[in-house]
Design a protein around this ligand. Structure first.
Ligand code: NOJ
Ligand code: NOJ
Ligand code: CA
Length: 610
């Protein structure tokens, strides 16, 4: 199919008991020991065998990591009380938790961000990541899996953990090995959440693209929205994500009904896969979608594969379009432009450097007359990349970039493309988007040339580790914490556009809980933290960290927030109040001072100074 990576279930040991309602942890999300492999999948050697076999076939391995919780602690005691082991040694369970490794704040009703972070998700024993042992345990565990050779990480339930603690986790991951990491922040259909985008832009990890996933289901599965709605989502996500090409779109997954509807038309699945594979982002395909597996809520959507039929249309669509993602960088890095639109027909273009892909889809049973269509494809004739598999056909582009009017038939997809030969440096992406001095980043694109030129962060030149026409590895130069533009200059002196906002962290990161007592606020006013280091916004109130929380772990008049700060550093800061209009009230008195822990979590408590 042209798949280049596999995302596997959480690979560590889970509870083995059976719950009369919820069944077993066949899915892997109820961990017991994050440092041991799941024996039902195999031992450590088997895991390494998987990695080796995948790598020998040019396939990367992405694991699912679940640092929010262990397993359910249920009233009937049928499961294992959220028990935690550390490399086979018993640590604690939810009812036997003298050191407070878990939150004991009841279950969340999702009424606020704070509520869904610090209370339990369902009955799952919820880790207190701010507790020093838990912080170390989870970070040591992820390092162990990185050392086993994994190439990527999907982080479970990122909407349910302190965002800035997760930033310290990302720092640990990238310091060990800069693997592509993406989080799961579940969004329902039509759900817009400011926090979702803030997390995508600040945490250092990408997100599964639930905006895309839910919308394509409305347009091509449920028919509750049309291409106008889809185009709105494409524009919104392009505006809101700093790096939309780094997000991870999909059409279905193990937490929603399968895309293919029992008794429905499989051509809808075929069309959705064609759109997925030609859209911005790094697409993921759920196992069995290419077999048209059906099923509603889990476990119905998680059935075993009946067979592996390589002659399905869906399989053909994937196997024709996956290679195109490698041969034509317009798909990997290009923006998306609308060329023709109505409720049923969408013609969109992806362009990057001299590379272009033009995709036309008619989801309906109607014929439409397509007039006044223009493209950036150079004049000439183009075959349908899908070879007519979805009833597509070739086209001709005239000298002025127009395509003659044509009749576009029902349930049809055409993909036309031109892979150019970009000679000026065109920068597609930088990954990771966050790091520290000495960390390796990969700069991808086209036209860098075969002879090494230079890479700069701001105005500082970076050391180049490797250089090819489409891919450069460089190390983050010695720089103060801050946001920097990354640019490539080729050997002939031609300069790329800047990649904006690469975040250089001040130092290794640790998580500190800042608590302020007696902070009385007006309605609409919240407490934030501002300080002298990059992580605290360098005294710029517009970059102050927060808003603080005040309902679960501590209650108003006490406010708290878990914040990533540079380790072993003497920092200066103040608490500030900011109201809904952005009016800032600084605390009085001199700047506060605190020396952050060198390798653990910390806590700072103070009284608001009026
Ligand atoms: C999201 C996972 O995808 C889902 O399957 C799981 O049950 C929850 N997180 C809890 O881990
Ligand atoms: C937010 C910062 O304020 C901005 O300066 C920066 O470009 C982006 N984050 C980078 O992600
Ligand atoms: Ca939590």
């Amino acid at each position: 199919m042209g798949i280049t990576a596999v995302w596997v279930s959480p690979p560590f040991e889970n509870v083995t008991s059976v719950d009369s309602d919820a069944g077993t942890s066949y899915h892997g999300y109820w961990a017991r020991d994050f440092k041991d492999p799941n024996p039902f999948f195999g031992d450590a050697a088997a895991f390494e065998g998987l990695i080796d076999a995948a790598h020998d076939n040019g396939i990367k391995v992405v694991i699912d990591f679940v640092p929010n919780h262990t397993s359910p602690s249920t009233a009937d005691g049928e499961l294992e009380d959220g028990v935690l082991y550390d490399d086979d040694a018993y640590v604690a369970s939810y009812s036997d938790d003298p050191n407070g490794y878990f939150h004991h704040n009841g279950g969340t009703d999702y009424s606020s961000y704070e509520d869904q972070i610090y209370r339990n998700l369902y009955d799952l024993a919820d880790f207190d990541q701010q507790e020093a042992y838990v912080d170390r345990y989870l970070k040591d565990a992820v390092k162990q899996w990185l050392d086993a050779g994994i190439d990527g990480i999907r982080v479970d339930a990122v909407a349910h953990m302190p965002p800035k603690w997760q930033k310290t986790l990302m720092d640990v991951i990238y310091d060990r090995r800069p693997v592509f990491t993406f989080g799961e922040w579940f969004l329902g259909a039509d759900e817009y959440n400011r926090r979702y985008y803030d997390f995508s832009n600040d945490s250092g990890m990408s997100l599964l693209d639930f905006r895309f996933g839910q919308e394509i289901r409305q347009v091509l599965r449920d028919f509750t929205d049309d291409w106008y709605g889809f185009w709105d989502v494409l524009r919104e996500t392009a505006d809101e994500h700093d790096q939309v090409v780094d997000q991870v779109p999909f059409i279905d997954n193990h937490d929603m009904a399968r895309f293919t509807v029992e008794g429905g038309e499989t051509v809808n699945t075929d069309m959705a896969l064609a759109v997925l594979l030609t859209s911005r982002g790094t697409p993921t395909v759920y196992y069995g979608t290419e077999q048209y597996l059906t099923g509603g809520a889990d476990p119905e959507n998680r059935k075993p594969m009946p067979a592996f039929d390589t002659s399905t249309t869906a399989y053909e669509v994937l196997s024709k379009l996956a290679p195109l993602r490698q041969s034509n960088p317009a798909l990997a890095y290009g923006g998306t432009r609308q060329r023709w639109l109505n409720g049923d027909v969408f013609v969109y273009e992806r362009e990057f450097g001299d590379n272009v892909a033009l995709v036309a889809i008619n989801r309906s049973r109607e014929w439409y007359e397509i007039t006044d269509l223009y493209t950036s494809l150079p004049p000439g004739s183009y075959a349908d990349v899908l070879d007519g598999v979805l009833d597509g056909f070739g086209t001709t582009v005239n000298g002025d970039g127009s395509i003659d009017a044509f009749s576009f038939g029902p349930q049809t997809v055409c993909v036309w493309e031109h892979a150019g030969n970009t000679s000026e440096p065109a920068l597609g992406r930088v990954g990771p988007t966050m790091g520290r001095t000495g960390h390796t980043v990969t700069i991808s694109g086209e036209g860098f040339g075969d002879v090494a030129g230079t890479v700069t962060f701001g105005s500082t030149e970076a050391e180049v580790v490797s250089w090819t026409d489409a891919r450069i590895e460089a190390t983050v130069p010695p720089l103060a914490g801050g946001y920097y533009d990354v640019t490539v200059v080729d050997a002939d002196g031609a300069q790329s556009d800047a990649f904006e906002g690469f975040e250089v962290l001040t130092a290794e990161q640790v998580s500190v809980r800042f608590v302020v007592d007696n902070a009385e606020t007006a309605i609409g006013e919240n407490v934030y933290l501002a300080g002298n280091v990059h992580e605290l916004g360098e005294w710029d109130a517009a970059r102050a960290v927060g808003p603080f929380f005040n309902q679960v772990v501590h209650e108003y008049l006490t406010w708290y927030y878990d914040v990533n700060v540079p380790a072993g550093t003497s920092i200066e800061f103040k608490f500030v109040k900011i109201d809904g209009d952005g009016t800032v009230t600084w605390e009085s008195g001199s700047d506060r001072q605190y020396t952050t822990p060198s390798d653990s979590t910390g806590e700072y408590v103070g009284d608001w100074r009026t």
